[in-house]
Design a protein around this ligand. Structure first.
Ligand SMILES: [Fe+2]
Ligand SMILES: [Fe+2]
Length: 267
C-alpha cells in the first residue's frame, strides 16, 4: 500500500495547487490513499465545510487538523457531518468532531489520527503520548495499519514520538512548523518517520504569510494583518510504502513539487 501525505495546505494558493495537481500526482506515484492536513486551508487559519468537501472531491481521502482547527466560525457545528475529517485526538473530550479516521482501500483499513504537542501550543490538550497509547489499543482490531500525525512545534517532542511508536504504527509524520525536514527514514522497528512534512502553499513567504508585515512585526512588535503570500507555491509531503501484512513501513520518501512544474504532471 502506498500512502501519500501532504503537509498543511495554506490558503487558496495551497488549495488550488492541491486540487490541480492531485489527480496527476496520485497516478504518477501510484498512491492508494491520500491524507492531507487542512488546518490552514481557509485563508491560512482553519477550514470550513465547503473547503473540506472540495478537497475531498478532488482526491484527498482523509483530512487532518491541528491547533487552528476552530479558527473558522461555525466549523465546530459542521465537523461532525464530515466523516473524512478528524480533529486532533487529544483535544478535550468535550470537543466535537472525530478523533480518528479509518480510510479503507481494497480491503485495507488505514487508521489516521493526530496528536497535538505540548510545547508552545496555545490550545489545551491532553498528553499526546498517553493518548497515542490508548488510541492504538482501541484501533488494534479495527485497522491493518495506522499513521500518527504529531502536530507540534518542538522537534524533540516529534522525534520522541517517532521512537515511542516505532514498530507500532506505519508512519509518524510531523506537521505544524510548515518547514520540511530532511530527516525522513524508516526507524529500526518499521515505522516511517519525518519531523515535518512541510506545508503545501507559498514558499516565498514566512510560513505561508506575506513577508513584509511579518518582518515589520519582528522589528517594531506592533500587530498587523498577515495576508497569505502567493509566490513559489509548492506541494510538500511524503510517500510511504506499507507492507499489507505487517502494517509497517518499508520505505519513505519526501515529496516536494513546485507549482511551476505541475503542468508536466498533468500531461
Ligand atoms: Fe499549520
Ligand atoms: Fe498548526
Amino acid at each position: 500500500m502506498r500512502i501519500l501525505f501532504l503537509g498543511d495546505i495554506v490558503g487558496k494558493p495551497g488549495r488550488e495547487a492541491v486540487k490541480s495537481i492531485l489527480p496527476g500526482l496520485r497516478a504518477q506515484y501510484g498512491a492508494d490513499i491520500v491524507i492531507a492536513n487542512g488546518e490552514n486551508s481557509a485563508a491560512g487559519a482553519g477550514i470550513n465545510a465547503q473547503i473540506a468537501r472540495d478537497l475531498h472531491e478532488h482526491g484527498v481521502d482523509g483530512i487532518t487538523l491541528g491547533d487552528h482547527c476552530w479558527d473558522q466560525r461555525g466549523f465546530e457545528n459542521d465537523i461532525g457531518g464530515l466523516d473524512y475529517v478528524c480533529r486532533p485526538g487529544n483535544l478535550p473530550k468535550i470537543c466535537p468532531g472525530r478523533e480518528h479516521l479509518i480510510v479503507e482501500k481494497d480491503g485495507f483499513r488505514f487508521g489516521v489520527f493526530t496528536v497535538l504537542g505540548s510545547q508552545f501550543m496555545k490550545i489545551s490538550s491532553d498528553n499526546g503520548f498517553a493518548y497515542a497509547d490508548q488510541k492504538l489499543l482501541e484501533l488494534r482490531e479495527q485497522c491493518d495499519a495506522v499513521m500518527v500525525e504529531i502536530h507540534a512545534e518542538a522537534t524533540s517532542e516529534k522525534i520522541a514520538m517517532g521512537w515511542f511508536l516505532d514498530g507500532r504504527v506505519a508512519l509518524v509524520v510531523g506537521t505544524h512548523t510548515h518547514v520540511p525536514t530532511a530527516d525522513y527514514r524508516v526507524l529500526p522497528r518499521g515505522t516511517a518517520y519525518i519531523s515535518d512534512a512541510g506545508m503545501s502553499g507559498p514558499y516565498e513567504s514566512v510560513l505561508g504569510r506575506e513577508i513584509p508585515p511579518v518582518i515589520a512585526r519582528f522589528v517594531d512588535g506592533m500587530p498587523r494583518r498577515f495576508g497569505i503570500a502567493e509566490g513559489d507555491v509548492r506541494i510538500c509531503g511524503c510517500i510511504v510504502d506499507i507492507d499489507r501484512k505487517s502494517g509497517l513501513a518499508t520505505k519513505i520518501d519526501r515529496l516536494e513539487i513546485a507549482a511551476s512544474t505541475m503542468s508536466l504532471l498533468q500531461d
